[in-house]
Design a protein around this ligand. Structure first.
Ligand SMILES: O=P(O)(O)OC[C@H]1O[C@H](OP(=O)(O)OP(=O)(O)O)[C@H](O)[C@@H]1O
Ligand SMILES: Nc1ncnc2[nH]cnc12
Ligand SMILES: [Mg+2]
Length: 215
Protein backbone atom coordinates (compact mmCIF):
# COMPACT_ATOMS: atom_id res chain seq x y z
CA UNK A 1 0.00 0.00 0.00
CA UNK A 2 1.24 3.50 -0.75
CA UNK A 3 0.20 7.04 0.17
CA UNK A 4 0.00 9.67 -2.55
CA UNK A 5 1.61 12.98 -1.66
CA UNK A 6 2.10 16.21 -3.55
CA UNK A 7 3.41 19.72 -2.97
CA UNK A 8 1.50 22.79 -4.14
CA UNK A 9 2.68 26.38 -3.94
CA UNK A 10 -0.45 28.23 -4.92
CA UNK A 11 0.71 31.73 -4.12
CA UNK A 12 3.52 34.03 -3.13
CA UNK A 13 3.04 34.85 0.52
CA UNK A 14 4.83 37.81 2.00
CA UNK A 15 5.48 38.72 5.59
CA UNK A 16 4.51 42.27 6.50
CA UNK A 17 7.59 44.50 6.21
CA UNK A 18 7.65 45.20 9.94
CA UNK A 19 7.70 41.47 10.73
CA UNK A 20 10.19 40.94 13.52
CA UNK A 21 8.23 38.76 15.90
CA UNK A 22 10.11 38.14 19.13
CA UNK A 23 11.22 34.60 19.82
CA UNK A 24 11.21 34.89 23.60
CA UNK A 25 7.93 34.51 25.48
CA UNK A 26 6.03 37.75 25.97
CA UNK A 27 6.44 39.57 29.27
CA UNK A 28 3.55 41.88 28.46
CA UNK A 29 0.65 41.10 30.74
CA UNK A 30 -1.08 44.21 32.19
CA UNK A 31 -3.88 46.16 30.46
CA UNK A 32 -1.30 48.78 29.37
CA UNK A 33 0.34 46.06 27.24
CA UNK A 34 -2.53 45.85 24.73
CA UNK A 35 -1.13 48.31 22.13
CA UNK A 36 2.26 46.55 22.08
CA UNK A 37 0.61 43.12 21.87
CA UNK A 38 -1.40 44.35 18.86
CA UNK A 39 1.79 45.54 17.13
CA UNK A 40 3.39 42.12 17.59
CA UNK A 41 0.27 40.38 16.30
CA UNK A 42 0.12 42.60 13.21
CA UNK A 43 3.78 41.91 12.47
CA UNK A 44 3.15 38.16 12.72
CA UNK A 45 0.44 38.00 10.03
CA UNK A 46 1.12 37.03 6.42
CA UNK A 47 -0.84 38.01 3.32
CA UNK A 48 -1.33 36.01 0.12
CA UNK A 49 -2.66 37.73 -3.01
CA UNK A 50 -5.21 35.91 -5.17
CA UNK A 51 -6.04 33.15 -2.65
CA UNK A 52 -8.37 31.27 -2.68
CA UNK A 53 -9.63 33.23 -5.71
CA UNK A 54 -8.23 36.00 -7.93
CA UNK A 55 -8.79 39.40 -6.35
CA UNK A 56 -8.82 38.20 -2.73
CA UNK A 57 -5.92 39.29 -0.51
CA UNK A 58 -5.85 36.43 1.98
CA UNK A 59 -4.86 37.25 5.58
CA UNK A 60 -3.10 34.22 7.06
CA UNK A 61 -3.29 34.04 10.86
CA UNK A 62 -1.61 30.65 11.19
CA UNK A 63 1.90 32.07 11.84
CA UNK A 64 0.48 33.42 15.10
CA UNK A 65 -0.05 29.84 16.25
CA UNK A 66 3.23 28.43 14.95
CA UNK A 67 5.12 30.72 17.36
CA UNK A 68 4.71 30.09 21.09
CA UNK A 69 5.31 33.74 21.95
CA UNK A 70 2.87 35.10 19.35
CA UNK A 71 0.25 32.56 20.40
CA UNK A 72 0.71 33.74 24.00
CA UNK A 73 0.45 37.37 22.88
CA UNK A 74 -2.69 36.70 20.84
CA UNK A 75 -4.63 35.02 23.62
CA UNK A 76 -3.60 37.70 26.12
CA UNK A 77 -4.68 40.40 23.66
CA UNK A 78 -8.12 38.77 23.27
CA UNK A 79 -8.44 38.54 27.04
CA UNK A 80 -7.47 42.19 27.60
CA UNK A 81 -9.69 43.38 24.74
CA UNK A 82 -12.71 41.56 26.19
CA UNK A 83 -12.12 43.22 29.57
CA UNK A 84 -11.61 46.65 27.97
CA UNK A 85 -14.55 46.41 25.55
CA UNK A 86 -17.22 44.67 27.61
CA UNK A 87 -16.08 45.49 31.16
CA UNK A 88 -15.57 43.26 34.21
CA UNK A 89 -19.36 42.98 34.76
CA UNK A 90 -19.81 41.35 31.37
CA UNK A 91 -17.53 38.33 31.53
CA UNK A 92 -18.96 35.79 29.04
CA UNK A 93 -20.53 32.54 30.27
CA UNK A 94 -19.94 30.97 26.86
CA UNK A 95 -17.43 31.63 24.10
CA UNK A 96 -18.68 30.64 20.66
CA UNK A 97 -15.97 29.92 18.07
CA UNK A 98 -16.70 29.74 14.34
CA UNK A 99 -15.58 26.72 12.33
CA UNK A 100 -12.65 26.47 11.68
CA UNK A 101 -10.29 29.31 12.58
CA UNK A 102 -12.44 30.47 15.50
CA UNK A 103 -11.71 27.08 17.09
CA UNK A 104 -8.05 28.08 17.40
CA UNK A 105 -8.95 30.96 19.71
CA UNK A 106 -12.21 30.09 21.46
CA UNK A 107 -11.35 27.18 23.74
CA UNK A 108 -8.21 28.81 25.19
CA UNK A 109 -10.06 32.06 25.80
CA UNK A 110 -12.92 30.15 27.46
CA UNK A 111 -10.45 28.63 29.93
CA UNK A 112 -9.13 32.12 30.76
CA UNK A 113 -12.62 33.37 31.63
CA UNK A 114 -13.92 30.22 33.34
CA UNK A 115 -16.46 30.04 30.51
CA UNK A 116 -17.83 27.22 28.37
CA UNK A 117 -16.89 26.78 24.72
CA UNK A 118 -19.51 26.07 22.05
CA UNK A 119 -18.63 25.49 18.39
CA UNK A 120 -20.63 26.78 15.46
CA UNK A 121 -19.88 24.25 12.75
CA UNK A 122 -20.11 23.75 9.02
CA UNK A 123 -22.86 21.34 7.86
CA UNK A 124 -22.95 17.61 8.55
CA UNK A 125 -20.63 17.68 11.57
CA UNK A 126 -22.88 17.99 14.63
CA UNK A 127 -24.98 15.11 16.01
CA UNK A 128 -28.37 15.46 17.75
CA UNK A 129 -30.82 18.30 17.44
CA UNK A 130 -29.35 21.28 15.62
CA UNK A 131 -30.29 24.71 14.31
CA UNK A 132 -28.88 25.86 10.97
CA UNK A 133 -28.47 29.18 9.12
CA UNK A 134 -27.34 29.75 5.51
CA UNK A 135 -25.13 32.72 4.64
CA UNK A 136 -22.91 34.38 2.03
CA UNK A 137 -19.26 35.23 2.70
CA UNK A 138 -16.43 37.02 0.85
CA UNK A 139 -15.74 34.13 -1.50
CA UNK A 140 -18.74 31.80 -1.49
CA UNK A 141 -21.84 30.57 0.34
CA UNK A 142 -22.03 28.30 3.36
CA UNK A 143 -24.20 26.95 6.19
CA UNK A 144 -23.56 27.06 9.93
CA UNK A 145 -25.05 24.78 12.60
CA UNK A 146 -25.18 24.75 16.41
CA UNK A 147 -26.44 22.06 18.79
CA UNK A 148 -29.83 23.24 20.01
CA UNK A 149 -29.13 22.72 23.72
CA UNK A 150 -25.49 23.87 23.82
CA UNK A 151 -26.32 27.40 25.02
CA UNK A 152 -28.70 27.81 27.96
CA UNK A 153 -31.27 30.62 27.80
CA UNK A 154 -29.87 33.83 29.32
CA UNK A 155 -26.21 32.84 29.11
CA UNK A 156 -23.91 35.69 28.11
CA UNK A 157 -22.22 34.77 24.83
CA UNK A 158 -19.16 36.20 23.09
CA UNK A 159 -18.43 35.20 19.48
CA UNK A 160 -14.78 34.92 18.44
CA UNK A 161 -13.30 34.39 15.00
CA UNK A 162 -10.12 35.39 13.20
CA UNK A 163 -11.53 37.81 10.67
CA UNK A 164 -14.66 39.67 9.64
CA UNK A 165 -15.05 40.22 5.92
CA UNK A 166 -18.65 40.54 4.64
CA UNK A 167 -19.97 39.65 8.10
CA UNK A 168 -22.00 36.77 6.65
CA UNK A 169 -20.45 34.10 8.90
CA UNK A 170 -20.72 36.19 12.07
CA UNK A 171 -24.25 37.26 11.32
CA UNK A 172 -25.37 33.64 10.83
CA UNK A 173 -23.72 32.71 14.14
CA UNK A 174 -25.55 35.58 15.87
CA UNK A 175 -28.86 34.33 14.50
CA UNK A 176 -28.16 30.83 15.87
CA UNK A 177 -27.20 32.19 19.31
CA UNK A 178 -30.36 34.30 19.53
CA UNK A 179 -32.44 31.24 18.52
CA UNK A 180 -30.78 29.34 21.39
CA UNK A 181 -31.88 32.02 23.87
CA UNK A 182 -28.33 33.25 24.55
CA UNK A 183 -27.63 36.91 25.34
CA UNK A 184 -25.18 38.02 22.67
CA UNK A 185 -22.59 40.32 24.27
CA UNK A 186 -20.81 40.93 20.97
CA UNK A 187 -18.07 39.83 18.61
CA UNK A 188 -14.28 39.93 18.72
CA UNK A 189 -11.98 39.36 15.73
CA UNK A 190 -8.29 39.84 15.00
CA UNK A 191 -8.80 41.57 11.64
CA UNK A 192 -11.54 43.54 9.94
CA UNK A 193 -11.72 44.07 6.18
CA UNK A 194 -13.28 47.47 6.70
CA UNK A 195 -14.13 48.08 3.03
CA UNK A 196 -16.64 45.20 3.12
CA UNK A 197 -18.58 46.87 5.97
CA UNK A 198 -19.32 43.50 7.61
CA UNK A 199 -20.02 45.07 10.99
CA UNK A 200 -23.15 46.72 9.53
CA UNK A 201 -24.73 43.24 9.31
CA UNK A 202 -24.28 42.55 13.03
CA UNK A 203 -26.72 43.61 15.71
CA UNK A 204 -24.34 43.40 18.69
CA UNK A 205 -21.11 45.32 19.42
CA UNK A 206 -18.13 44.45 17.21
CA UNK A 207 -14.47 44.80 18.29
CA UNK A 208 -11.30 43.96 16.39
CA UNK A 209 -7.69 43.86 17.53
CA UNK A 210 -6.49 45.25 14.18
CA UNK A 211 -7.87 46.93 11.11
CA UNK A 212 -6.63 46.11 7.64
CA UNK A 213 -7.39 46.18 3.95
CA UNK A 214 -9.18 49.54 4.28
CA UNK A 215 -9.48 49.46 0.45
O1 LIG B 1 -17.17 37.81 7.07
P1 LIG B 1 -17.25 36.69 6.07
O2 LIG B 1 -17.37 37.16 4.66
O3 LIG B 1 -18.31 35.69 6.44
O4 LIG B 1 -15.85 35.92 6.07
C1 LIG B 1 -15.15 35.64 7.25
C2 LIG B 1 -14.98 34.18 7.47
O5 LIG B 1 -14.25 33.61 6.37
C3 LIG B 1 -13.22 32.80 6.87
O6 LIG B 1 -13.70 31.51 7.17
P2 LIG B 1 -13.77 30.33 6.08
O7 LIG B 1 -15.11 29.69 6.26
O8 LIG B 1 -13.46 30.86 4.74
O9 LIG B 1 -12.59 29.35 6.45
P3 LIG B 1 -12.17 28.53 7.77
O10 LIG B 1 -12.98 27.27 7.76
O11 LIG B 1 -10.70 28.31 7.53
O12 LIG B 1 -12.41 29.36 9.00
C4 LIG B 1 -12.82 33.48 8.16
O13 LIG B 1 -12.16 32.57 9.04
C5 LIG B 1 -14.15 33.91 8.72
O14 LIG B 1 -14.76 32.88 9.48
N1 LIG C 1 -9.38 38.08 2.80
C1 LIG C 1 -9.53 37.05 3.64
N2 LIG C 1 -8.44 36.49 4.24
C2 LIG C 1 -8.59 35.45 5.10
N3 LIG C 1 -9.77 34.89 5.40
C3 LIG C 1 -10.87 35.43 4.83
N4 LIG C 1 -12.18 35.12 4.95
C4 LIG C 1 -12.87 35.96 4.15
N5 LIG C 1 -12.07 36.82 3.53
C5 LIG C 1 -10.80 36.51 3.93
MG1 LIG D 1 -13.63 31.00 9.35
Amino acid sequence: MSTATSTTDNSHGSARPESNAPSASSQLTGPEALPELKKRIKAGLKTYPDFPKKGILFEDILPLFASHSLHTDLIRAYELQVLESFGPDNIPDVIVGLDARGFLIGPTLALRFGAGFVPVRKPGKLPGKIETADFEKEYGTDTFAIQSDAIKPGQKVLVVDDLIATGGSASAAGTLIEKSGGKLLGYLFIIELTFLKGRDKLNAPVYTLLESQAE
